[in-house]
Design a protein around this ligand. Sequence first.
Ligand SMILES: [Zn+2]
Length: 428
Amino acid sequence: MASSQTRAPASALADRLVGRLFRYLAVTSQSDAGATMVPSTPGQWDMARLLQRELEELGLSDIHLDDHAVLTARLPGTIEGAPRIGFCAHVDTVDVGLSPHIHPRLVAFDGADLCLNPERMIWMRVAEHPELLPYVGQTLVVTDGTSVLGADDKAAVSVVMTLLETLVRERPAHGDVLVAFVPDEEIGLRGAKAMDLARFPAEFAYTIDCCALGEFVAETFNAAQATITVTGVTAHPMSAKGVLVNPILVAADLIARFDPLDTPEHTDGRQGYCWCNGLTANALTATLSVSIRDFDPQGFAERKARLEAMVALTASAHPRAAISVRIDDVYANVANGLVHDHRSVALMRAAYEAEGIVPNVIAMRGGTDGSALSARGIPTPNLFTGALNFHSEFEFLPVPSFVRSYEVAARIVALGAGQGPGDAASRR
Ligand SMILES: [Zn+2]
């Protein structure tokens, strides 16, 4: 029933975008959460060096590849006085246990089930994936069913590089455009956190790291990671009475104090949660990991305080155990950084409008490099790549949406050229 044919995209722009994307997907660059270095894998160096060469060929200024494989560059403006706009994209692809090697393919989707991999009989059936239905009649980039597609975030890398190429070739009116390609977004935004912001002097910036055409993200979670360590007392069981303190039972007591409905599987929209997602233990110690997520800064602070109170209660119930808690902020809500400078969001809204795209405003239940950049003083909302089913072998990218992503980015730069640095109306 797979009548869909392999087919090339229609326009020259689509050809350029898809050609680039396939070139970047051929570089294996999964990140590795278990590694302690940034970048976490050598493949991300390969991506960074490839992009560095391409930026050099385009003749960009201030090209710099740092010790963490963070690549930054500047395209000098053709006019004075426009805001310095940045674009940030990540070069890693996510490791969700699938193959690190990506074999993308173009298919003309006619509404019939898609056979992603005839050898292994991996199908993407419309009944199981109704998210395909709006794209009947379009050319899609799909996987071979053994890996993610990696449009997250190489579609963004392709959009930014293609945009730079256009700006260099055609020299329209624009201000300085800053670019940053960073590693290890998928494992805690490590690249954006490691970036030397002196190399990325954007007044505001954009990530292109959400999904379907129209998605508009100016709000992400505030995120923290808590680590609770329980140290008990070991003893031989034959003489354990009154002596042994079992850290596993103490940890279980703490876990029982969490609200069972305040979890990822019971919340959505703008609700936060606590997620117990790691427990290692032996006879002497137990270590519990908890992810804390909340959109609201006050709610976020209250969650942390509640966790500390639960730990204190558990400690008082087990006076012979030693319990410590450490809470580290991981990233911040992009919106926190947008309060004082609305220009990035106003320009993004204007670009969607000029392109005839209705913004689908989403409070993103995750973080982006923009969460790290916004927390560091560069307001950075997030626009769509056009791809769906991120982090899955069923990730796919409708080519027309990919083109629209490019067009919005190009429009942001074009509209930015019309804005003086003191454009009070949009800075409100
Ligand atoms: Zn991403």
